[in-house]
Design a binder for this molecule. Structure first.
Ligand SMILES: [Fe+2]
Length: 185
């Protein structure tokens, strides 16, 4: 699977314009709606520009591969978190790419440590959880907590899970460009 490495913010905007209207795997929102909702939630909690950028771009990996939108339903993990972090690493520092890289493991962490969390996951998110490794062992929990950005990844994950509501209104992508500019390398 070839991977598109981006080198500028305008290139990222182009990718959203070309692919952003694709389905967000089994949910009621598109990829761009999901991204904008995540970033809006981050901004509403006064997160840093880096974490707002991470929220906006956390599923960028879904936009730069050629697998179908319903890949998880067919038993395929697209490893979109690693793809996004790699694609974006020329433009953004670790404070943006590391929470993105950890956001799937953050789901596994929360499913293991918070009973309420699991009960609120969407159907599509439960399906992909099993592909992503299910709940964590004690050793995996410990390892997760050793990463510098693990708590940012947990915050990002909570916004990610809430950002699937077709009724939420958000600013346009252009609103978030200033955050991307101040978070970039
Ligand atoms: Fe997401």
């Amino acid at each position: 699977m070839s991977l598109r490495i981006v080198s500028s913010i305008s290139e990222i905007v182009d990718v959203f314009e070309q692919r952003g209207n694709s389905e967000y795997g089994g949910e009621d929102v598109t990829q761009i709606e999901h991204a904008l909702q995540s970033a809006t939630l981050a901004e509403s909690e006064s997160a840093s520009a880096e974490l707002i950028s991470a929220a906006l771009l956390h599923d960028f990996g879904h936009l730069i591969h050629s697998l179908p939108d319903d890949a998880p339903d067919n038993g395929i993990d697209d490893f979109h978190e690693a793809a996004a972090a790699k694609s974006l690493c020329e433009v953004f520092p670790d404070s943006v790419t590391e929470p993105i890289k950890l956001h799937v493991r953050a789901k596994r962490y929360l499913c293991t440590t918070d009973k309420n969390y699991f009960s609120k996951l969407s159907h599509a998110s439960v399906t992909s959880l099993n592909l992503q490794g299910g709940t964590m062992s004690d050793q995996e929990l410990h390892e997760f907590e050793s990463y510098t950005y693990w708590q940012d990844a947990l915050r990002l994950r909570v916004w990610d899970d809430l950002a699937k509501d077709p009724k939420i209104h958000t600013p346009e992508l252009s609103h978030f460009i200033d955050f991307l500019e101040s978070a970039r390398n």
